[in-house]
Design a protein around this ligand. Structure first.
Ligand SMILES: [Fe+2]
Ligand SMILES: [Fe+2]
Length: 180
């Protein structure tokens, strides 16, 4: 490894090429989350689950903000943030419960990806990116908790009769509680 490749901070940049690649992959993941939740929001709206739809439209916006935060970080550090190609987003779902199961699974994957980046930053002693990524670590903990609370509603309330309607109302309240 040449000195220029080893040094994190140079006159041109304060980001290793390898770290930049990993952060761009994370941009792709946040962009994919945003598209995925937008698609879920639309399905919920079409099915008449208006509170869940609002929850997911807002969640899609948040994921886009997570993506933009990475754009800014990479470019400020002298790298180049890349607008990702996002294809293959699912449009149809079998049930409201399935949507919240998929969200939890997806968020767990995102957490793993973030942990991999944090681990890498620690290994290469890039403490600036390590510190920047802590925001995502905390955010993931919160998002997983919300996804688990949402899923629990299906078991507590049950989906028969007015169950699904009640779950949608409760999802609206859960959403309002995290907005505060
Ligand atoms: Fe995110
Ligand atoms: Fe997320």
């Amino acid at each position: 490894m040449k000195t220029a490749e080893k040094e994190i901070v140079t006159l041109k940049r304060s980001l290793l090429v390898d770290t930049e690649k990993k952060l761009n992959k994370q941009i792709e993941m946040e962009g994919r989350s945003s598209a995925y939740y937008l698609s879920m929001a639309s399905w919920c709206e079409m099915m008449g689950f208006s509170n869940s739809a609002k929850f997911l439209y807002d969640h899609a916006d948040e994921e886009r903000q997570h993506m933009l935060k990475l754009f800014k970080y990479i470019n400020d550090a002298g790298g180049h943030a890349i607008q990702p190609e996002i294809t293959g987003i699912r449009h149809n779902f079998n049930s409201l419960r399935e949507i919240f199961e998929l969200i939890l699974e997806h968020e767990i994957e995102v957490t793993k990806s973030i942990n991999t980046i944090v681990d890498h930053c620690f290994m290469v002693k890039d403490f600036a990116t390590f510190s920047f990524m802590q925001w995502y670590v905390t955010e993931q903990r919160e998002e997983e908790t919300v996804a688990r609370r949402a899923l629990e509603l299906f078991d507590i309330i049950g989906e028969e009769g007015i169950g699904l309607w009640t779950i949608d109302q409760e999802l609206g309240k859960l959403h309002a509680s995290i907005e505060e």
